[in-house]
Design a protein. Sequence first.
Length: 281
Amino acid sequence: AKERETFVVLPGFGNDAIDYKSPLGQDVAVGLQACLGRRGFDVAVSSVQRIEWLKVFVGFLFDEQSRAGNGTASVAYGWYLDSAKTLVEQTVQQTGKPVILLGHSAGGWLARALLQREGRDWTVLHVRGLVSLGSPQFPPPEGYMDMTCGCVRNLNIANPNAYFSKDIFYVSVAGDAVVGEKLEGNVPILELIQSPSPESTAFNSYSAVCGRGNVTGDGVVPLAWAHLPGAEQVTLADCLHSINIAGTTKPTDSSYLCEKYVDAWLQPVFQALARDAPLHS
């Protein structure tokens, strides 16, 4: 029998490992882990708990470089990278073969940060490919507040684009689902709890990520910011960002993590796995 490949899932900012197994209390059959399992993959999800994301703000608070907007992922997100590294190494030890990193939202650029921190030799031994789902790959333009306090900017300086593409394959996946629209009474923080519309939530989120709100994207991350140069790029029409409709607690079956879209972004992964060489040289 053909050996199964393993995805190691790196959760997005604010997400919990359970979101990829039993999202919003739904049956496990709905979760990403089960979706990939039905397609012949093993799945290991980094054991991030929602409350742990508070460590990022604490890290920023006590790190002078981060406060100055010159942060690095290894400082504020060191706990996250350590956990991901341990899971990857344990999985490789158990299976005897490199894994595919699957980073959702911030997990996509954090997967790149892990490779940057550990270096090429570690990457070649442990990783076969990196797939990002709705991940902001760039910092906001100069003059706009950078929610990562410089981490993404410094990552792109150190390891720009699909940096290890001679050694592993890269696939970036982006949704083209919601055009942002500014509405009267459009309050960014309050929209996390009660949004007047998906377009309104998207406007605020896109503005924070790329400096412009009236663009298209997955409802959280703008399309143009989610594609990594040098990666195989997949754009999915009507695909939303996460397990819930942005700005609500209502589940959706139309995100990267759902049965409806998994096959579309798995296609280039299967193609890459079928080759001896990476997708890009």
